[in-house]
Design a binder for this molecule. Structure first.
Ligand code: AMP
Length: 430
């Protein structure tokens, strides 16, 4: 028997109402803030991610699904959304549009990770990118957008963590200082951090190993060593967040896992969880577009993991609107009834009434049982003497009450079952 590959999952019909709800809310909030949708290919040249995300990162070193295609080119299934959006910005000359260009995407993401709850090898991200402006008001717009997005879903008890990781002017001195600090502990660091010390020193700060966390605690803090431009940006971001009453915590250990970030970085974390289960995160990446061959263009963005959102909606017991299903079942008592049923149901659907037809030649009793099983509230029964009289039986499934009505009046009687009839009334949880 074949199984879905490890770390992947089927998203089955009962879960679709969650996906529909979350993506609808994402689209609504993007419209409100003026972000326009972009879709990029699911795979790109491997070099885009190697350059963009950075050679020393976990994603590039261990997690990419890279393959050689039949033409001999090296391709990678996208392990994040930002590099592709930046490639599209450059390739499509978007620097000629009014700046900043505000874009959003919903994309499958592929990372060869160790699967666990909330961590998969294929997952989905909703992300926004605001490209072409270094104004700290834009940092705050992006943070506000993701914060309001979670709020619009009804999620509560979330914490916004914030840090600034400087720029090429202030960061190299800081990284040197950090290296010197960590060198004293090089033989007690976890094996991962021993490698990071040489290749990706900033990442030492967010190691989750208890012994490494203790060492990180007393490490020099970058936010205290920012150059004056980065410091001004950080102060303004904090000030503006205060002005719009978005609460935040400064987390000096927050550095994010990708090389391209500069200045503002942030993550949103469910309060009851450990730091490993971020619902979403992002930051400024002022050098990435130039690094990928474009003009020097500053930018900021975030990505929110859809599976983790849905996990948290369930944990918090948040009900979502169900996707409407047909509530009318059309049954038949004999062959002539079936022929008329096919005609009637086509007319009902043309009138926008959701309906399902009994198939096969089961007894009327079996058909009505099926109508119950699929949750139909009305059944129309065609055939026998009624049909000869030009009438049908209309049965209310909940009450079991039946009445005989003219065939020509069925659509009018069932008008209330038009598409979208219960969109706002019915709610459910998984
Ligand atoms: P990142 O850019 O790695 O911070 O990812 C952005 C968001 O995507 C995270 O905050 C998570 O919500 C989600 N995410 C990242 N990796 C995974 C994964 N392997 N499985 C499920 N969700 C993920």
């Amino acid at each position: 028997m074949y199984k879905a590959p490890r770390g992947t999952q089927d998203i089955l019909p009962p879960e679709q109402s969650y996906w529909c709800f979350v993506s609808q809310k994402a689209q609504e909030i993007c419209q409100l803030y003026g972000y326009k949708r972009i879709e990029t290919p699911m795979f790109e040249e491997a070099g885009l991610f190697q350059r963009g995300i950075g050679e020393g990162t976990d994603i590039v070193e261990k997690e990419m699904y890279t393959f050689q295609d039949h033409g001999g080119d090296l391709m990678t299934l996208r392990p994040e959304g930002t590099a592709s959006v930046c490639r599209a910005y450059i390739e499509n000359g978007m620097s000629n549009l009014p700046q900043p260009v505000r874009l959003y995407y919903m994309a499958d993401i592929f990372r060869y990770e160790r699967p666990q709850a909330g961590r998969y090898r294929q997952h989905h991200q909703f992300g926004c990118e605001a490209i072409g402006d270094s104004d700290s008001a834009l940092d705050v717009e992006i943070i506000e957008l993701i914060w309001r997005f979670y709020a619009s879903l009804g999620l509560e008890n979330l914490t916004l963590q914030l840090n600034s990781i400087g720029c090429p002017i202030c960061r190299p001195d800081y990284v040197r200082e950090l290296s010197e600090y960590y060198s004293q502990f090089s033989n007690v660091l976890c094996p991962n951090c021993k490698t990071r010390l040489a290749r990706n020193t900033l990442r030492l700060l967010d190691c989750k190993e208890e012994s490494c966390r203790k060492i990180a605690h007393d490490a020099p803090k970058i936010a205290e060593r920012l150059c004056s431009d980065c410091d001004t940006n950080f102060q303004q971001v904090k000030h503006f967040l205060g002005e719009i009453a978005i609460p935040f915590q400064i987390n000096p250990f927050l550095v994010r896992g990708l090389d391209y970030y500069t200045r503002t970085v942030f993550e949103i974390i469910p309060q009851e969880e450990g730091a490993q289960t971020a619902l979403g995160g992002g930051g400024r990446y002022d050098l990435l577009i130039e690094q990928l061959g474009g003009k020097p263009v500053p930018a900021i963005g975030f990505a929110a993991g859809m599976e983790r959102i849905i996990l948290n909606l369930n944990k918090q017991g948040i009900a979502v609107p169900l996707i409407p299903e047909p509530k009318v079942y059309v049954a038949h008592a004999d062959e002539e009834g079936k022929a008329q049923a096919v005609k009637l149901i086509a007319a009902l659907r043309q009138a926008g009434i959701g309906a399902m037809l009994a198939t096969g030649s089961r007894s009327l009793k079996a058909q009505l049982k099926k109508a119950n099983a699929i949750g139909a509230t009305e059944a129309v029964i065609l055939g026998g003497d009624e049909l000869k009289r030009g009438t049908v039986v209309l049965r209310n499934m909940a009450e079991g009450k039946q009445e005989e009505i003219p065939l020509g009046e069925v659509a009018k009687r069932l008008q209330g079952y038009g598409v979208g009839y219960d969109r706002n009334n019915e709610c459910g949880t998984l």
